[in-house]
Design a protein around this ligand. Structure first.
Ligand code: BDR
Ligand code: CA
Length: 305
């Protein structure tokens, strides 16, 4: 089986940690680089968290530190969802690992240049690093097979009434990325709000393996959903789409990002009925086979140590 080569851009983040686990242990994927971005918490913390996870699994994938703040706006965060450290609840051991000496967008570009096949980018945080890559190296589009994101919504938001967190934190970056001509798959709240891990599975997690134990400890501090009603695995959806696209129903749509609205900045305007008569630029995930998703998560977590 030839594995899909992937670069994963992330702001760990508790659901990011679950997504990173799935990306590392799904046999279909070959993660070549992790890049970090400020989002759920600041860049020092998201970078430290990414390195801690790789150390936990004893994996030697390079990590590049990314943007400390959005393109033009002041940073925001989601510490209320993930805790002050961004990955509250588990005592990771100390280690000597360091990120690469070059910024995320440069590291991504180097990987793209070095690869003899186009690479898949997966972005599960704000899109600042991807926008910087496109601004610095517009020629990179030809080297990117596609960009799969967790972000946006065709309906309501989870950060402001209409905007999803990853897009709302850096709307200007998202607007740049959505208008870039890249092939984009958007796993937004339309599917991720339904991507629940149920209480029964959550209760079993610590017995499965040490990854299950660690994730259970983090999940106990995660505030998107609840341990008793189910937890929303937003970021895991982007990985699930890569490995099991048949679980998702996609619709090609024109999608624009609102950057000026007084109340609506960061809203993804998804033209489902094609009212604007503009060509589709995004494959938007609108439905998820929830039982299939849960079965896949259980399968892949069981493959981890
Ligand atoms: C997104 O926001 C973050 O808090 C999560 O990690 C996920 O990427 C969900 O809106
Ligand atoms: Ca995230």
């Amino acid at each position: 089986m030839s594995r899909i080569p992937v670069i994963l851009d992330t702001d760990p983040g508790i659901d990011d940690a679950a997504a990173i686990a799935a990306a590392l242990f799904a046999p279909q994927l070959d993660v070549r680089l992790l890049t970090t971005v400020a989002g759920n918490v600041g860049i020092e913390k998201t970078t430290r968290n990414a390195l801690q996870l790789l150390h936990f699994w004893n994996r030697d994938i390079p990590v590049a530190r990314g943007a400390a703040s959005p393109l033009v706006r002041a940073p925001g965060d989601a510490a209320s969802v993930h805790g002050e450290s961004g990955m509250e609840g588990y005592a990771f051991v100390e280690h000597q690992r360091q990120p690469l000496a070059l910024p995320a967008f440069e590291a991504i570009y180097q990987q793209l240049q070095a690869s003899d096949e186009p690479l898949t980018l997966v972005a599960i945080g704000p899109l600042t690093n991807i926008a910087l890559l496109l601004i610095q190296y517009p020629d990179c589009v030809a080297k990117i097979k596609r960009l799969v994101i967790m972000g946006g919504s065709a309906g309501r938001g989870n950060y402001t009434p209409n905007a999803e967190f990853n897009i709302a934190i850096d709307p200007e970056a998202a607007a740049k990325v959505f208008a870039s001509g890249l092939e984009i798959v958007m796993c937004g709240l339309d599917v991720t709000n339904h991507a629940l891990l149920d209480p029964l599975y959550l209760a079993q997690l610590p017995e499965i393996n040490r990854t299950g134990k660690m994730l259970h400890a983090l999940f106990s501090h995660y505030r998107s959903g609840s341990m008793s009603r189910g937890l929303k695995m937003h970021d895991l959806c982007a990985i699930a789409w890569l490995v099991k696209p048949e679980l998702f129903t996609l619709q090609p749509c024109f999608v624009a990002v609102e950057t000026h609205g007084e109340y609506t900045a960061g809203t993804t305007v998804v033209d489902i009925e094609n009212r604007l008569k503009r060509p589709a630029n995004v494959q938007v995930a609108l439905q998820l086979d929830v039982a299939g998703f849960q079965a896949w998560v259980a399968q892949v977590i069981a493959l981890a140590p």
